[in-house]
Design a protein around this ligand. Structure first.
Ligand SMILES: *[C@@H]1O[C@H](CO)[C@@H](O)[C@H](O)[C@H]1NC(C)=O
Ligand SMILES: *[C@@H]1O[C@H](CO)[C@@H](O)[C@H](O)[C@H]1NC(C)=O
Ligand SMILES: *[C@@H]1O[C@H](CO)[C@@H](O)[C@H](O)[C@H]1NC(C)=O
Ligand SMILES: *[C@@H]1O[C@H](CO)[C@@H](O)[C@H](O)[C@H]1NC(C)=O
Ligand SMILES: *[C@@H]1O[C@H](CO)[C@@H](O)[C@H](O)[C@H]1NC(C)=O
Ligand SMILES: *[C@@H]1O[C@H](CO)[C@@H](O)[C@H](O)[C@H]1NC(C)=O
Ligand SMILES: *[C@@H]1O[C@H](CO)[C@@H](O)[C@H](O)[C@H]1NC(C)=O
Ligand SMILES: *[C@@H]1O[C@H](CO)[C@@H](O)[C@H](O)[C@H]1NC(C)=O
Ligand SMILES: *[C@@H]1O[C@H](CO)[C@@H](O)[C@H](O)[C@H]1NC(C)=O
Ligand SMILES: *[C@@H]1O[C@H](CO)[C@@H](O)[C@H](O)[C@H]1NC(C)=O
Ligand SMILES: *[C@@H]1O[C@H](CO)[C@@H](O)[C@H](O)[C@H]1NC(C)=O
Length: 795
C-alpha cells in the first residue's frame, strides 16, 4: 500500500519535472484550475463527481432536482443517494444513476423499520459549502450528520461514509436501492446480501434516456467498516426484514417502480466510518465483483484517489497557457472546459454484452450531432489515441449492428437528430491522419452505407428519405417514404446535414483514391442548393430584416412549402415545437435563419448565394446582434467563426470574446445550456487557444488566444508547438491580428491546418486594437469545395 503511493507520487513528480524542463512559464499544476462543479445548475446537466477520463464508474450524490441528468445539482435540491453510473451534460431523461447507496446514522428507535427506504421519502438536505469536487473526487456533508466522500477506478467506486454524531449507541445503516435516476427499472431486478460479509450483488434492467431498447446493469458491493456488521437483509417498499437475504422484485404499478433493495446495519459505535466499494458491470455480477476486487483490492481510498489524479494530470498535460496577467476565472473556465471533454464517451471495452470482439468498445455518444462540432475535434488534439479507439469502436459497432450511431447510450441505439454525423467524425479523423489500427476500408464502407442504403428504422440510425434524395436531390417536406420509417420532420436541416455528410464521405474517398466516389459525393454535397429560395424574405416581429434568400421546405412536387425563417430561433416565444416530436418543424432545434449558415464545406458558394461578402457579414451580424442564435446550442458554434470566410477574421475574434466569458463562467450555473458531453467545454477550450476547428476538415480558424502564449505538445509526435502574441493585453482590447509569422515566415492565411499541431510549429501573432488587412484577401480564406475540391491540405 505504502509502496503503491510512493510509486504514484514519484511518477507525477517525474512528469512535472519533464514539463519544467521545457519552459517554466508552463510548469504549474493545472488541476488547481479545474472546477468540476461548473454546469451543475441551470441545466448544464454536467456530471460533477468522481471519474477517471472516459471512466465507466462515475460516483456522485444524486439529487431530486428536475434537472438531475448528471446526478448531482447545486440548485437547492436534496440528496436521494449515491450511485456509480452516470452520463454528463445530456438532455433527454436523466441517464443511469443505478443502484444508489443511502446512509442513516441510525434508525428511529433502533428499529429497522425506523429508517425510510423509498427514494421519495428519504431525500436529505446538505450544506452547499460542504461540497468538494475535483478530478477523481467528490465529497459532501449531509444534514443528517453523515460526511460522504468518494473516488473511482475504471469500473468501481469507493464511497466513504463518516458518521459524525458521536453517539456511541447509534447503529449506522446503509441501504442499496434497485432504482435509477429516471425510475425506468423493468421487471425482475434482483439483489442478494451475504449474511456474514454484507456483500450485495444483483442486477436490473433499465431503459436508455434518449434511445430505444433496454440494458442490464450488474453490481457488487462490499463493505469495510470500523464497526462490525450487526445484521442485514432486504426491503420492499417501506418495510425491511433481516429474515430474507434475497429479493427478486416486480416492476410495480402506477409508473413508479416498487422500491426495493437491501440493507446492512453496523454495531453501535461513536463516529463509525464505513467504506463501500461498488463494482459495476454490463456483463455479470461476477464481473462486477472482479472489477472491484482487481481495481480497488484493499479499499485504499488515498491510493485510488491519487491514481485518478495522476491520470487526469497526464490527460490534461498536452496544453499549457502562460498566465501573466490572466484572471483565475479565465484559467478556470479554460481548464475546466478541457476537463469536461474527457468524461464521455465512456470506455466500456470488456463490458459489451452485445457482441464478442477484440476491438475497443466506447459508449455514451450523447449525441454525435453535438460531439462532432467541437468535443471530438478537441480530443483529437489532446488525446488522439482515445479518438482512434473511439473510431475503431464506431466501426466495430457498425459491423455488428449494421449502422453507425448518431447517438448511443447505455448499450442502446439513441435517437438520430439529423444527419448521419458519425460520417463527419470519421472524416475528421481521416483528414487528420489518425491511424492506430483503424480499418479504413471498413470505415469507408460504413459511411458509404449511410449515404446509399436507407434503414428500416431511421429514427435510430442512418438517413431517411433516400429515395427522394436520390431522385429529387433534397429531402421533401411531407416526403413519401415507404422504405424506412422515422419522424417525418426536419426536411430542411436534414437536407443540409446530409449534404455535409456526403462531403465528409467525399474527402475520405478522395484520400483513398476512390476517385469516382469522391466526385459523386462532392456533387451530392451540393444538394443544399436545391432548397435555397432566392426570393424568400424574413420578418422579425413583422419588420423586414432586409435579407432576401433563405432555405425553405420543398414538397415532393417541387413546389415550395413555407417555414418562417425565425421559427425555432432563440427569439421564438410562440411555443413552436422544435425537437423530435411528430409535430415539429422542418429544422431541428434551431431556425432557418441559423441553418442558413450550415454549409461548412462550401462557404464560398453560400456567400455568393447570400449576396457577397459584405451582405453575408451583415446577415451574420444581424443574427448574433438580435440574438436569433443562442450559443447554448451547438449549431451556433460555427457561426461565431464563419466571418473568416468573408475575409473578416477580426469579427470572429470579437464574437468569441463576446460569448466568452459573457455566456460561460466558472460557476455552477455558468453554462448556457446542456454541456452535451463536453461540447460546450470544447467550444470554450478551442476558442481560448485561438484555433477553432471546422469539423471534418483540415481547417482551424485563427483568432488571438485568450492568453499571452499557448504551448501544445503532440501526444503523437512529442513535438511542441507554440502560439505567441505580441502586444497581448489581458483586458482583451487588442484582439485583432495585425500580422503573423509561422516558423519565422510571414503568414497571411486566416486559418491553419493540423500539421501545426503535429509538427511543432511556432505561430506568432502581432495584435492591435483595430481590424487590419491581415487574413482578409481571397488567398487568405479557408478552402471551400467549390473553389478547391475535396482534397485536404496535407502535411
Ligand atoms: C517560455 O515561453 C514563454 C512564452 O512562449 C517565453 O516568453 C519565454 O521566453 C520562455 N522561457 C524560456 C526559459 O524558454
Ligand atoms: C430539502 O430538505 C429540507 C429539509 O428536510 C426541506 O426543508 C426542503 O424543502 C427540501 N428541499 C427540496 C427541494 O426537496
Ligand atoms: C472521513 O474520514 C476520513 C478519515 O478520518 C477523512 O480523511 C475524510 O476526509 C472524511 N471524509 C469526509 C467527507 O469528511
Ligand atoms: C443515540 O442513539 C440511540 C440509538 O439510536 C438513540 O436512542 C439515542 O437517542 C441517541 N442519542 C442522542 C443523544 O441522540
Ligand atoms: C419475472 O419473474 C416472473 C416470476 O418468476 C416470471 O413469471 C416472469 O416471466 C419474469 N419476467 C421477466 C421479464 O423475466
Ligand atoms: C477576475 O474576474 C472576475 C470576474 O470578471 C472579477 O470579479 C475579479 O475581480 C477578477 N479578479 C481579478 C484579480 O482581477
Ligand atoms: C479502454 O479500456 C481498455 C480495457 O480496459 C483499455 O485497454 C484501453 O486502453 C482503454 N482506452 C483508453 C483510451 O483509455
Ligand atoms: C493514392 O494514390 C497516390 C498517388 O498514386 C498514392 O501516393 C497513394 O499512396 C494512394 N493512396 C492510397 C490510400 O491508396
Ligand atoms: C418582438 O416583440 C416583442 C413583443 O412586442 C418584444 O417583447 C420583443 O422584444 C421584440 N423582439 C425584437 C427582437 O425586437
Ligand atoms: C404541391 O404539393 C403541395 C403539398 O401537397 C400542394 O399544396 C400544392 O398544391 C402542390 N402544387 C402543385 C402545383 O401541384
Ligand atoms: C482604431 O480605430 C479607432 C476608431 O475605431 C480610431 O480612432 C483609432 O485611431 C484607430 N487606431 C489605429 C491605431 O489605427
Amino acid at each position: 500500500m505504502a509502496r503503491a503511493l510512493t510509486l504514484l507520487s514519484l511518477s507525477s513528480l517525474l512528469s512535472s519535472l519533464a514539463t519544467a524542463a521545457s519552459n517554466s512559464t508552463f510548469d504549474y499544476d493545472v488541476l488547481q484550475y479545474v472546477d468540476s462543479l461548473i454546469g451543475s445548475a441551470n441545466g448544464g446537466n454536467v456530471f460533477p463527481g468522481a471519474s477517471l477520463p472516459y471512466g465507466m464508474a462515475k460516483a456522485v450524490a444524486d439529487t431530486n432536482s428536475e434537472s438531475n441528468q448528471g446526478g448531482f445539482t447545486l440548485d437547492g435540491s436534496n440528496i436521494t443517494g449515491f450511485s456509480t453510473l452516470h452520463d454528463s451534460g445530456t438532455g433527454g431523461s436523466p441517464s443511469l444513476g443505478n443502484f444508489a447507496l443511502f446512509p442513516y446514522a441510525s434508525c428511529e428507535n433502533d428499529e429497522i423499520d425506523g429508517c425510510k427506504y423509498p427514494k421519495l421519502e428519504r431525500p436529505v438536505s446538505f450544506d452547499e459549502s460542504s461540497v468538494k469536487s475535483s478530478p477523481g473526487y467528490f465529497g459532501v456533508s449531509l444534514s443528517s450528520g453523515v460526511d460522504v466522500d468518494m473516488t473511482t477506478s475504471q469500473h468501481a467506486s469507493l464511497f466513504r461514509f463518516n458518521f459524525t454524531s458521536g453517539n456511541s449507541s447509534a447503529s449506522p445503516l446503509l441501504l442499496m436501492d434497485l432504482t435509477d435516476l429516471s425510475d425506468s427499472r423493468q421487471d425482475n431486478a434482483t439483489i442478494d446480501v451475504d449474511e456474514s460479509t454484507g456483500r450485495m450483488t444483483g442486477s436490473g434492467v433499465f431503459l436508455p434516456s434518449f434511445g430505444s431498447g433496454k440494458y442490464q446493469a450488474f453490481f457488487c458491493t462490499d463493505f469495510k467498516s470500523s464497526a462490525d456488521i450487526r445484521d442485514n437483509g432486504i426491503f420492499v417498499n417501506t418495510r425491511a426484514t433481516s429474515e430474507a437475504k434475497s429479493l427478486k422484485i416486480s416492476l410495480g404499478i402506477n409508473g413508479y417502480p416498487l422500491p426495493g433493495g437491501a440493507w446492512v446495519r453496523f454495531k453501535p459505535e461513536a463516529d463509525a466510518s464505513v467504506l463501500a466499494r461498488v463494482g459495476v458491470s454490463f456483463i455479470s455480477e461476477a464481473q462486477a465483483c472482479s472489477n472491484a476486487e482487481s481495481e480497488i483490492p484493499d479499499f485504499d481510498f488515498d491510493a485510488t484517489h491519487s491514481a485518478a489524479v495522476s491520470l487526469w494530470q497526464e490527460k490534461l498535460s498536452p496544453i499549457r497557457v502562460s498566465r501573466e496577467g490572466i484572471n483565475d476565472t479565465i484559467l478556470t473556465n479554460f481548464y475546466s472546459g478541457i476537463y469536461r471533454t474527457m468524461i464521455n464517451p465512456q470506455n466500456y471495452t470488456g463490458e459489451n454484452p452485445l457482441w464478442k470482439s477484440s476491438e475497443p468498445y466506447f459508449d455514451s455518444f450523447y449525441c454525435i450531432w453535438d460531439l462532432f462540432r467541437s468535443q471530438l475535434p478537441f480530443i483529437t488534439l489532446v488525446d488522439p489515441t482515445t479518438v482512434t479507439q473511439i473510431i475503431r469502436s464506431l466501426v466495430d459497432t457498425q459491423k455488428h449492428l449494421g449502422w453507425l450511431p448518431d447517438c448511443r447510450m447505455s448499450l442502446c441505439k439513441g435517437y438520430t437528430q439529423g444527419g448521419s454525423n458519425a460520417d463527419n467524425v470519421i472524416a475528421d479523423a481521416y483528414v487528420k491522419g489518425l491511424d492506430g489500427g483503424i480499418d479504413w476500408e471498413a470505415a469507408y464502407a460504413a459511411v458509404q452505407k449511410d449515404a446509399e442504403e436507407e434503414p428500416y428504422d431511421w429514427s435510430n440510425e442512418g438517413r431517411g428519405g433516400l429515395q427522394s434524395w436520390k431522385s429529387l436531390n433534397y429531402i421533401p417536406v411531407q416526403d413519401l417514404d415507404y422504405v424506412g420509417f422515422g419522424t417525418m420532420t426536419r426536411s430542411v436541416s436534414r437536407t443540409l446535414e446530409y449534404s455535409y455528410n456526403d462531403y465528409a464521405i467525399a474527402q475520405i474517398a478522395s484520400g483513398m483514391n476512390k476517385t469516382d466516389d469522391a466526385e459523386k459525393y462532392a456533387k451530392t454535397s451540393a444538394y443544399w442548393q436545391n432548397i435555397f429560395k432566392k426570393d424568400q424574405k424574413a420578418y422579425l416581429n413583422g419588420t423586414d430584416t432586409g435579407f432576401t434568400g433563405f432555405f425553405q421546405p420543398k414538397y415532393l412536387n417541387q413546389t415550395w412549402g413555407y417555414q418562417d425563417p425565425l421559427e425555432c430561433s432563440n427569439l421564438d416565444t410562440s411555443g413552436s415545437i422544435c425537437s423530435l416530436q411528430n409535430t415539429a418543424g422542418e429544422t431541428f432545434e434551431s431556425s432557418i435563419f441559423e441553418y442558413q449558415f450550415f454549409v461548412p464545406h462550401d462557404m464560398a458558394t453560400l456567400i455568393t448565394f447570400l449576396g457577397g461578402a459584405s451582405s453575408f457579414v451583415k446577415r451574420l451580424d444581424y443574427m448574433h446582434d438580435k440574438e436569433i442564435t443562442y450559443i447554448g446550442n451547438e449549431p451556433a458554434f460555427l457561426t461565431v467563426y464563419q466571418y473568416h470566410y468573408a475575409g473578416r477574421p477580426g469579427k470572429s475574434a470579437s464574437r468569441a470574446h463576446y460569448y466568452i466569458p459573457e455566456y460561460f463562467s466558472p460557476t455552477a450555473a455558468g453554462l448556457p445550456g446542456n454541456d452535451d458531453s463536453g461540447t460546450m467545454g470544447a467550444f470554450v477550450a478551442m476558442s481560448m487557444i485561438g484555433l477553432f476547428p471546422n469539423p471534418a476538415q483540415n481547417v482551424y480558424f485563427i483568432i488571438p488566444p485568450f492568453f499571452p502564449s499557448v504551448q501544445y505538445t503532440s501526444p503523437l509526435t512529442s513535438k511542441t508547438s507554440t502560439i505567441k502574441t505580441i502586444n497581448f493585453d489581458a483586458s482583451y482590447e487588442n484582439i485583432y491580428i495585425q500580422s503573423a509569422t509561422l516558423d519565422g515566415k510571414p503568414y497571411t492565411k486566416n486559418w491553419i491546418d493540423y500539421s501545426f499541431f503535429t509538427d511543432g510549429q511556432e505561430l506568432v501573432l502581432t495584435l492591435g486594437r483595430n481590424e487590419s488587412t491581415w487574413g482578409t484577401h481571397d488567398a487568405d480564406l479557408p478552402p471551400s469545395v467549390s473553389t478547391q475540391g475535396v482534397d485536404q491540405p496535407s502535411k
